[in-house]
Design a protein around this ligand. Sequence first.
Ligand SMILES: CCCCCCCCCCCCCC(=O)SCCNC(=O)CCNC(=O)[C@H](O)C(C)(C)COP(=O)(O)OP(=O)(O)OC[C@H]1O[C@@H](n2cnc3c(N)ncnc32)[C@H](O)[C@@H]1OP(=O)(O)O
Length: 194
Amino acid sequence: MSRTTTEVWPPVPTEAPQRHPEAPAPGADLPQHYAYCFGCGDGVEQGLHIRTSACEGVTIRSRFTVTEAHQGAPGLAHGGLLACAFDEALGAAVGNLLRKPAVTAKLETEFVRPVPVGTTLFIDAHLDGVAGRKVYVSAEGRLDAEDGTVAVRARALFVQVKLSHFLENGRPEDLAKIADNPELLTRRSVELNP
Ligand SMILES: CCCCCCCCCCCCCC(=O)SCCNC(=O)CCNC(=O)[C@H](O)C(C)(C)COP(=O)(O)OP(=O)(O)OC[C@H]1O[C@@H](n2cnc3c(N)ncnc32)[C@H](O)[C@@H]1OP(=O)(O)O
């Protein structure tokens, strides 16, 4: 059976994504966006602690080191955690390069090679197209080097949302913690009306 994905991507006509004029400069290391984010936050001891930097154009690179806390089979990364890492990397591309709040509507992952504990995945995420509020984005994860063997591929649809999405749906006590300590969130300006 062929594993080549045959569907057209993006699946609808799109416009070329435009890097926001205030997007982080190529080479810049990006801060965690929320201290308690499972993907990037330093406040989550067993989280993924993904680190991300901006690249040229509409690409960003993330690095994720698989620890013992991330196992599924003995000594191997859990597929769901790998999907989480890609959700984070794809979302960071959308948020940082377009600078508009967006959430994952659909996420597809392809697991090509096992990913052992101790591996660092180099994940390049690329914005593929924008159609109104919809943003199509894809990524590849390579084993232990920028040019390593591809182990995981993913692609996703993100939908741009208003700030009210988070204020109306988030747990009040967590929103209150942020009100008390705004440092929990990265304080970069975003455009709030999709
Ligand atoms: C400086 C800033 C830095 C920031 C860094 C940030 C890093 C972040 C890293 C974090 C990363 C982690 C990120 C996370 O973990 S985000 C957390 C996980 N995601 C969610 O919780 C999202 C839950 N879903 C929703 O809230 C709603 O369903 C949304 C908001 C997505 C849409 O509901 P809404 O009522 O608003 O809009 P709509 O229903 O009219 O849909 C709009 C359009 O979209 C199309 N559509 C929707 N769904 C699908 C689908 N499944 N397949 C195909 N198409 C779909 C739909 O047909 C329509 O198309 P069109 O009719 O317009 O053509």
